[in-house]
Design a protein around this ligand. Structure first.
Ligand SMILES: Nc1nc2c(ncn2[C@@H]2O[C@H](COP(=O)(O)OP(=O)(O)OP(=O)(O)O)[C@@H](O)[C@H]2O)c(=O)[nH]1
Ligand SMILES: [Mg+2]
Length: 422
């Protein structure tokens, strides 16, 4: 067995951020970066928090710091430096020269983890797309001044076409191909989803920060055997199983990729299809590791991703917060979230209450009704979407025909409201 690669982690801490009350301490951010490194089996040989008045365009950090760190990195015998920030291609090259080792930024690190984790065809396509989008952006900026002229052969692109243009085109072609393939996978998935929406089972999705315990809970509830481990981003590919509720109802439970602060935009874009599953769920359980020192900051990050995904400017109201890992809380810890659901996915404490809560919420979709609305009646349509589950919707002439699942109370409410509309 080869010994793990040694990495040195640097967390740049901007002085201007120190004025605001930060959600995470720089120490916590550094620790999370170390967790990310562990997730791909790197050995953390050393680390540093670097306080900065401002970021330097050429080297990110000040020259004195760069030199000082060079000695630390050498002493730690690290062959890789991870900078827990965005690093421009120019900065990366300069730092690599100064430190005589490979330098990667936070985005590249997360991409590496995702690359190592992807198992399904779709997952692999998504990660490759994200990695190429990242690379494309870097190619453009980093190579422009070292363009190599290919000269006039003419068979490797047009005469005089530079290497950078060829590379850029290859990447572009590959990206286009990947997007095509992904679209196909997504379409198939859409068909599956349609089949699912015809079965009257609502979908409940587990969301939350990475390592919060989503897969552990998923396994406990469904008897599945999804990999759960004490490593960030253990799950990448979504999994679904049916879950029988104590009152006899049934839902489809979905486990999926976790979130992390500053999720690279390339990844969010590439994982659209996976995240869309979350968007279409009837109910979201936001699983939180309540024993984590940064629990509050993690909640904030997850809610930000959710409100971005839903374009709602806030947390949608079909989200229930579930406080997990209560078995890890010290006995004398202050009570938190009295009205919240508290569980331990490991010991099973609180699970019965959670199931009851899911059941109660699912009654909102218990009756199937059909409506015919005027095309311009956006208000009624929006109401149905907000208060029930619209399973089918077709437009015919001036009318929308739709099938929805609603609670008996909401059917009455809708009939009342709908009748009153002009
Ligand atoms: N003590 C305790 N540990 C838990 C509990 N739930 C999960 N864990 C542990 O937390 C770690 C992460 O659990 P996972 O279920 O893999 O977390 P996840 O949310 O699926 O993580 P990602 O797939 O990375 O997003 C594992 O080591 C679990 O054993 C709990 O209720 N109590
Ligand atoms: Mg998981």
């Amino acid at each position: 067995m080869t010994s793990p690669q040694k990495a040195f982690i640097i967390h740049p801490w901007l002085k201007q951020q120190r004025g605001q009350a930060p959600l995470r301490s720089p120490e916590a951010s550094l620790e999370e970066a170390a967790g990310l490194a562990h997730a791909i089996d790197l050995e953390v040989a050393g680390s540093a928090i670097v306080a900065l008045p401002a970021l330097r365009p050429a080297t990110l950090l000040g020259s004195g710091k760069v030199e000082e760190l060079s000695a630390h990195i050498a002493a730690a015998e690290a062959t890789l430096a991870i900078v827990n920030h965005t690093v421009s291609p120019v900065q990366q090259r300069n730092l690599e020269k100064a430190w005589n080792c490979k330098v990667i930024d936070r985005t590249a690190l997360i991409l590496e983890i995702f690359g190592a984790r992807a198992r399904t065809h779709e997952g692999k396509l998504q990660v490759e797309l994200a990695a190429l989008s990242y690379q494309k952006g870097r190619l453009v900026r980093s190579w422009t001044h070292l363009e190599r002229q290919r000269g006039g052969f003419g068979f490797l692109g047009g005469p005089g076409e530079s290497q950078i243009e060829i590379d850029r085109r290859l990447i572009r072609d590959r990206i286009a191909k990947l997007k095509n393939q992904l679209e196909q996978v997504t379409r198939t998935r859409g068909l599956h989803r349609k089949v699912r929406s015809e079965t009257p089972y609502p979908v409940v999705a587990l969301v939350g920060y990475t390592n919060a315990g989503k897969s552990t809970l998923f396994n406990r509830l469904t008897g599945a055997n999804v990999l759960s481990m004490d490593k960030l981003f253990a799950t990448l590919d979504p999994t679904m199983r049916s879950l029988a509720l104590p009152g006899g109802g049934k839902v489809i439970l979905s486990d999926t990729v976790g979130f992390v602060s500053d999720l690279p935009t390339e990844l969010v874009a590439a994982f659209r299809a996976t995240l869309e599953e979350v968007l279409e769920a009837d109910l979201l359980l936001h699983i939180r590791d309540i024993s984590h020192p940064d629990s509050q900051a993690q909640k904030h990050d997850v809610e930000q991703v959710l409100s971005k995904l839903f374009k709602s400017g806030g947390v949608p109201d079909n989200v229930i917060e579930v406080l997990n890992k209560i078995d890890k809380l010290p006995a004398d810890s202050p009570p938190q979230g009295e009205e919240k659901i508290k569980i331990s996915a490991v010991t099973g404490e609180g699970i019965a209450g959670l199931l009851q809560c899911i059941e109660r919420r699912m009654q909102a979709f218990s009756e199937r009704v059909q409506y015919k609305l005027r095309l311009e009646d956006g208000k009624s349509l929006a109401w149905l979407h907000a208060n029930g589950k619209v399973v089918e919707q077709t437009v015919e002439g001036d009318y929308i025909h739709l099938t929805a699942q609603l609670s008996p109370e909401n059917i009455q409410r809708f009939d009342y409201l709908h009748a009153k509309l002009p």
